[in-house]
Structures are given as C-alpha cells and as structure tokens.
Design a protein around this ligand. Structure first.
Ligand SMILES: Nc1ncnc2c1ncn2[C@@H]1O[C@H](COP(=O)(O)OP(=O)(O)OP(=O)(O)O)[C@@H](O)[C@H]1O
Length: 352
C-alpha cells in the first residue's frame, strides 16, 4: 500500500530527543500511545508544522513539507491537515457554523459556499440545529463534534487528533467515541491520534504505535500489542503481568532467578505474560496444584470490574484478579501472606 503520510520526526529538546518513524496509509487510523513526556504532543506538533524538525522529514501525499536537510519547510496553514486539539480551540467569538466555515474561507472558498458546506458538516456530526450557537453555549461533547467538523471541512489528507476525548465525562465520552469512530471510518485521508487511553486507541485505531522516551518501543494491531506486550508500560496498560527471562524448553528463569513453568517451549531471551485473572490465591500452600506455586504478600487491594485486583510482592511482583467468592476465603489486608498458583497453560511466552 502506498503511504499517504511518510514521516521521520527528529526533534531535539534539552535532555530529550524525539526520533520517530511514522507512516499512515489512506483511510488508516494510527494511534500514538505512551506515558507522560514520551513525545506524543511533540510528534503531532511537528506533523502539523507548529514545530520545525531538526532532522528527518514529513511527506504527505507525495509533497515534502519539512526537510531540514534541504531547508524545506511548509507553514502549517499551507499543509493539508485538520487538527482537533484537546481543548478544542474553537474561536469563541464565532458561531459553530462560522467555526466550521473558517478553514475553507481561509483557503479562498466564497463565504456562501463555505457556509453551505459547513452546514452540511454540522449536519453530519448531528449538530445542524446548533449552527448559530457560540462555543460557550455548547456542551463539551458538542464542542468536540464542532471541532471535528471544522477539521474535516478542509478535506485534509491528514487528520491529527490530540486526546480528542480526554476532556469529556465518562458518559459523553462513550457516545462521542462511537460517533468519532464512524467519522474516522468515513475519512478517506490518514489519521494520527494521540491518547493515554488504551480503550480509545483500541476502538478508534487500526494500528497502535507505542512511544516511550521519544522512540517507538512497539507497534502493531491492537490484538498483537495487547497479547504480546514488550514493555512494562504496555503490560500495565493492557493489564497483563509481564516478565523477562531466559527460556530452556518449558522452564523460564526470570531476571532475579525465579523459575516459571510455561506451556510453549522456547529457547533464549523471552517475555512471559499472563492475565491477572489466571492467578489463583490460596490461604495455604495448595496441594495437587498447578506446577507454579509460590508464597506472596498482599500489598494492595482495589476493585476491578466485578472482581478485586490484588497487588502482591514476593519472588516476582504480581497482579491477581479474584472473584468476591474466592476473596472471602482470604485475609485481604496488606501485609497478609497467601499462596499464588498459576497454570503453565495460562502463560504466553514469546521471544524478547
Ligand atoms: N516547549 C518545550 N521546550 C522544551 N522541552 C519541551 C517542550 N515541550 C515539551 N518538552 C519536553 O519534551 C518531552 C516530550 O514532551 P511531549 O509533550 O511531547 O510528551 P507527551 O508524550 O505529549 O506527554 P503528555 O502525555 O504528558 O502530554 C518532555 O520531556 C517535555 O518535557
């Protein structure tokens, strides 16, 4: 597939370097996911032309927009890009309609045409009857939809979304996520979205690019990234226990010396992952039990859906999810001693 976006973003900051190859095909939605300070906003700003590159390049639709080597730099307003920022950045003094008409107007479309077009976009995002309202008369979810309509109204090759749902309450967020998903699916251009929320990323994106300390640490579709995390950040994000070790057949010696029995034979450096719900906790050492059992100490207990998420210390740090019924047999105070058990068949092992 030919890429609509072809970029290598190199930006130097004191004590921080962004060095991020990034591509997106027509119609593809790519989510940049990463912890605070990973460089996501820097990447988005560089794509938009709000921040010039120090190295690498940005090419959209075959057009070179930023290339420090040849001193080429195309200003943000001359790029075929639509932006939706976290705080929406709607013009407060303009109506919803004129906010949406603004981009096309700047590109030389007549006032009448731009407004007619804007009315069509507002209709598409379900806000036809709010066209005359100003931003402060709109709810958070409505303002977000106006911002989306405004970004799409210029028919951009590349749509950039910065935490598009972060400012919304849980209920609005759910509705808006579904709504946004539909519009992204219809958008013929490429989309790059940044988010902290794994659910947003998984629902909205075709591909996840995980960024830590300015670099790509993992990328792929949601299924691969979530079942085979390669860093602690990703493992915590998707709620898996993750360890690194050395495999010899179906035994993996973890960093620190603890040994786990696994199901798939491997050799050499590996990751071992398993779900917290695969761990069973007992008050005493279980007999006739799976091959992996070890004593552990409860560190913290918190609700997790219908279950309880128990954080444990011991030979390995561990998260276990137990049902309320199972929890009733345990003393769940921090500091209490329990036994953890894990079936080898519940583990996934893959090369590091
Ligand atoms: N204007 C600036 N001047 C100097 N350093 C900056 C500037 N903006 C960001 N940084 C630094 O660049 C790095 C990346 O920041 P960036 O905002 O891109 O991360 P992020 O992944 O978007 O984080 P968050 O999720 O917290 O928004 C950080 O170390 C940050 O301190």
């Amino acid at each position: 597939m030919t890429e609509l976006l072809d970029a290598h973003l190199v930006v130097e900051r004191p004590g921080f370097t962004l060095d991020l190859p990034l591509t997106a095909a027509p119609g593809e939605v790519v989510a940049l996911l990463g912890p605070n300070g990973a460089g996501k906003t820097t990447a988005l700003r560089a794509l938009a032309g709000l921040l010039p590159l120090h190295g690498g390049h940005v090419t959209i639709g075959g057009r070179r927009l930023d290339d420090p080597d040849t001193r080429r730099f195309v200003a943000p307003e001359k790029r075929s890009i639509g932006l939706v920022f976290q705080d929406y950045l709607l013009f407060p003094h303009l109506t919803a309609l004129d906010n949406v008409a603004f981009g096309p107007r700047c590109r030389g479309v007549s006032r009448q045409r731009a407004r007619a077009d804007a009315a069509g976009w507002l209709d598409r995002v379900g806000l036809a009857e709010h066209a005359r309202r100003r931003p402060r008369q709109l709810s958070g979810g409505q303002a977000q939809r106006v911002a989306l309509a405004r970004a799409l109204a210029v028919r951009p090759d590349l749509l950039l979304l910065d935490e598009p749902l972060a400012a919304l309450d849980a209920r609005t967020r759910l509705d808006t996520r579904v709504h946004l998903h539909r519009h992204l699916a219809e958008h013929p251009g490429a989309t790059v979205l940044i988010t902290h929320d794994p659910l947003d990323a998984m629902v909205l994106a075709d591909r996840l690019v995980i960024v830590e300390q300015g670099r790509v640490v993992q990328s792929g579709d949601a299924a691969t990234v979530t079942t085979r995390p390669r860093t602690d950040y990703v493992a915590r994000l998707v709620g898996l226990n993750l360890y690194r070790g050395r495999a010899d057949g179906t035994t993996v010696e973890l960093v620190g010396g603890f040994r786990l029995a696994t199901a798939e034979p491997q050799h050499g450096e590996v990751f071992v992952a398993f779900r917290p719900s695969a761990v069973a906790l007992y008050p005493r050492q279980p007999d006739g039990s799976p091959r992996n059992t070890w004593p552990a100490t409860i560190v913290a207990v918190a609700p997790s859906g219908d279950n309880l998420r128990i954080e444990l210390a011991g030979p390995i740090p561990l998260a276990a999810d137990v049902t309320p019924a199972a929890a009733a047999h345990l003393n769940l105070t921090p500091g209490a001693r329990v036994w953890a058990a894990l079936k080898a068949t519940e583990t996934t092992t893959y090369p590091a």
